[in-house]
Design a protein around this ligand. Sequence first.
Ligand code: FEO
Length: 388
Amino acid sequence: MQLVSEDIIYVGVDDKQIDLFEGMYNVPRGVTYNSYVIKDKKTAVVDTVDAAFEKEWLKNVEKALGGAQPDYLIVQHMEPDHSACIAAFVKKYPQVTVVGNKSTFVMLEEFFGKDVADNRMVVNDGGELSLGKHELKFVFAPMVHWPEVMFTYDKTLSLLFSADAFGKFGASDDDGGWTDEARRYYIGIVGKYGAQVKGVLSKLSAYPLTTVAPLHGPVLSGDALASAVQSYVKWSGYEPETDGTLIAYTSVYGHTKKAALLLAEELESKGEQVKVVDLARDDWAECVAQAFRYSKLVIATTTYNAEIFPAAREFIDRLVERNYQNHTVAFVENGTWAPVCAKQMRARFEKCKNLTFAQTEVKIRAALNAESEAQIKALAAELNSLGK
Ligand code: FEO
């Protein structure tokens, strides 16, 4: 059994069979659903797991309890990747008290019906629960990323059970590090709610933190925790992490790709850090995360059905719905007979706050020529002159 501390036992599971997380995110290295048992005078289980792992999880919990009966099931988040096994748990341990807030129990009944869980403890923000040695405090974290979410702070260990916050994609054997898959997870799933994440980070600043135990990914402490908190401060403030340019293109016959690569070459020759992605082929959530990461974004695409080429249009919508802001944006438009996509792209970004649009417009008619190549060089010079 994996220990988080001498009396906190990890009882989560790895999901390596999943095709799409939340029905939309590719997770080629799987994902974990974390759950924890706190053994004390009173015993608490923190969250459950996805329905596909009910048996495995119940077995893990039984083993961790070592014959004891659980006193509390703390429900930090009602999204089914964590809550799906509540009814089965209550059926197995009918004396258990389910701990949640008012909104938790509304959702609990929506998912499982009115009769689930006779024994309930409704807690308020800042409410406390003593297990004996472990003194727990509940810190509400609405919209991180559902309205009922609450964190559980173990005052005895300065340990925070952080629900989805600080989580990442990747099963427990994923050796790709924390940042990239945590960024893709955060921007994709919680990106829209930066203000709420900032709010809860500010609430947490009053609490000493030595360990964070999220509902996905590894338990964090030491330098890894400090670095994760720094990332969350940046991400929740929509601050770019990297001074450089993301060039996101679509290309039907290769001409727009050629323009994107020429722009990348020009920028690199000026010492700019550049990343190029193909919006039709590369993972969409990674493209979106990289757009938040880099300080400047260039979208190079074509007109299609008198609209923006679909993969580029979806990409912009995904940025806008996640409150994309504080970045510089430029467009490279390609069209053979009636190009309209540059105008439409700009219009689609109108709801975004604090975007700076490049002055230089690049217009390609079908294929690059001397005029459009000169525009690309001018755009590279302008982007380079903007710095971060
Ligand atoms: Fe991991 Fe919002 O559920």
